[in-house]
Design a protein around this ligand. Structure first.
Ligand SMILES: Cc1cc2nc3c(=O)[nH]c(=O)nc-3n(C[C@H](O)[C@H](O)[C@H](O)COP(=O)(O)OP(=O)(O)OC[C@H]3O[C@@H](n4cnc5c(N)ncnc54)[C@H](O)[C@@H]3O)c2cc1C
Length: 492
């Protein structure tokens, strides 16, 4: 008989996406024992690392909805949060472009909706002004949103988790929640949560499992929820495309489609992404990129930006929307965030689709308030909101580079040539506070392997550092945790 170890905690958070990590960071302000479990190798392995990376202003969401309120609130606090957590953020603004009369009517509707939702900085531009402001972009008029921004969604989630971890939260990766039972009687812990590694007894369970949240809810008998996974594919363009576009450009949204339409978004790292498509699929974790959609995305993007060329494409990825609205209906249902009345202490977060990144911190505050209704939340007096990220060597001036190399000669050794990432940065990524060591974990912390060569040069160097400097057996080096090993043995 196998005995699973037991861990007792006040709060167990299922899912280390942006929402679970924001909840963890928010709860770390209080004297509580908090554990986050995720079945994947690191944070942001689900939708939080697979989206448009836009801090939305909140004009797309239905007035009075949680989506609208939490998005506007999230947008207002995002810049300060990114400063506290040392996360790359840029207030670029955004243009929503009309191509015909119907689109122009839509612009008027979303403009008024935005004002109703409390969005600031919205303006309608005529065709002449659009041409002057964005000469490379097609369209006959546009709505400008000054408060829209771009950010790094990986580093945002990493930073929330690292800050939570430094403030006492425990993170456990590679653990899938398989079963949840209610503990009857007067015990303080009300739930027994079993993963494939151990059992947790927890007073509160927060279900932040994204597209897996319905399955988690079902473990306690909540069968009334349903999600319709809707895949959005993207293309990534090389940095040379940066000169074409410095601001996200979206088409006027069409009624009933599963998303906001194929848009062009500059990333905080200087690439452009094209997408997402919207395709309802069966398997909520099928992150394929398909030829059909790649071709479609490129054609759509050419309408917005006629100067684009296929040679600019360097990669593709996809994310899955956790849609509560069935395909027959399309559009959006509101976020579901609630403590289940018949299961006190069990908090479900279901259907957290876009704008879930933008709204993640207000969502976290909502969860804290729910918990605060049934216990006293005593402040953690040593809570520190500040987190320092890894210094980007390539952003420094020559004098500072010289100084850094004198202190640490590993700054003088470039490992990723496309993105100019040094060995010193790679080592800091390997020594991250969450203790994760996969190649993808290193990649997303310092952006190595993401250039035009797609890691062709630097992957072998990073593997060598893991082996020689950190004593990791090459057969244990993985892309994204167990099952994605790179090496199967030595040839000599
Ligand atoms: C195409 C697309 C574009 C988007 N663009 C934007 C945007 O520009 N701006 C914006 O604000 N929002 C955007 N969003 C929405 C945003 O990405 C999501 O709302 C957000 O990432 C949801 O975060 P989450 O933490 O709830 O889910 P996730 O990030 O998916 O995290 C859930 C986690 O739960 C884990 N998990 C699941 N089941 C289990 C289990 N049984 N046991 C243990 N762990 C489990 C998973 O491994 C995963 O890590 C977009 C979404 C998509 C799909």
């Amino acid at each position: 008989m196998i005995h699973m170890s037991l861990m007792i905690t006040d709060v167990l958070i299922i899912g280390a996406g942006a929402v679970g990590c924001a909840v963890a960071r928010e709860l770390s302000r209080y004297k509580l024992k908090v554990v986050v479990v995720d079945k994947e190798y690191d944070v942001a392995a689900g939708t939080s690392g697979r989206n448009s990376a836009v801090v939305h202003a909140g004009f797309n969401n239905k007035p009075g909805s949680l989506m609208a309120r939490l998005c506007v609130e999230g947008n207002a606090g995002f810049e300060t949060l990114c400063k506290e957590l040392d996360v790359p953020y840029k207030k670029t603004g955004k243009f929503v472009v009309a191509f015909d009369e119907e689109d122009q009517k839509t612009l008027q509707i979303i403009y008024k909706q935005g004002l109703n939702n409390g969005c600031k900085g919205l303006r309608i531009l005529d065709g002449e002004e659009l041409k002057r402001r964005l000469p490379d972009v097609g369209g006959i008029s546009a709505m400008e949103s000054i408060d829209t921004a771009i950010f790094d969604p990986f580093l945002y989630t990493v930073a929330l988790a690292e800050n939570a971890s430094c403030n006492g939260v425990l993170f456990r990766f590679g653990e899938e929640v398989k079963n949840i039972e209610k503990i009857e009687g007067k015990e303080r812990e009300r739930y027994s949560v079993t993963t494939d590694k151990r059992t947790y007894k927890a007073r509160y369970v927060v279900n932040c499992a994204g597209v897996g949240s319905v399955r988690v809810a079902q473990m306690l008998g909540f069968n009334q929820y349903k999600l319709y996974p809707c895949r959005g594919e993207y293309l990534i363009l090389d940095k040379i495309a940066e000169k074409f576009l410095q601001v996200p450009v979206y088409p006027a949204p069409k009624k009933g489609i599963g998303g906001l339409g194929v848009h062009l978004t500059p990333t905080i790292h200087g690439n452009i992404i094209i997408g997402p498509s919207a395709e309802y699929i069966e398997d909520g974790e099928d992150y394929s990129s398909t030829k059909l959609i790649i071709d479609k995305l490129f054609d759509e993007a050419k309408k917005l930006l006629p100067t684009l060329e296929r040679k600019h494409i360097i990669g593709a990825y996809s994310g899955i929307r956790s849609k509560q609205a069935p395909p027959s209906e399309g559009g959006f249902h509101d976020f579901l965030i609630q403590e289940e009345p018949e299961c006190k202490g069990f908090i479900n977060l279901i259907g957290i689709e876009s704008p879930g990144m933008t709204a993640s911190m207000p969502i976290a505050r909502m969860v804290c308030n729910i918990i605060g209704h049934s216990i006293d939340l005593n402040p953690n007096l040593s809570f520190n909101p500040i987190r320092k990220g890894i210094l980007k060597f390539s952003d420094q001036n020559d004098e500072e580079k010289d100084r850094l190399i004198k202190i640490n000669p590993e700054y003088g050794e470039v490992v990723c040539r496309c993105q100019n990432v040094t060995k010193a940065e790679i080592c800091q990524a390997i020594e991250n506070p969450l203790g994760v060591k996969s190649i993808a974990s290193i990649k997303y912390r310092v952006w190595a392997t993401t250039g035009r060569c797609n890691g062709g040069y630097c992957f072998a160097r990073i593997a060598e550092i893991l082996e020689k400097d950190y004593g990791i057996n090459p057969e244990d080096i993985t892309l994204r945790g167990k099952g994605s090993e790179y090496f199967i043995g030595r040839v000599k």
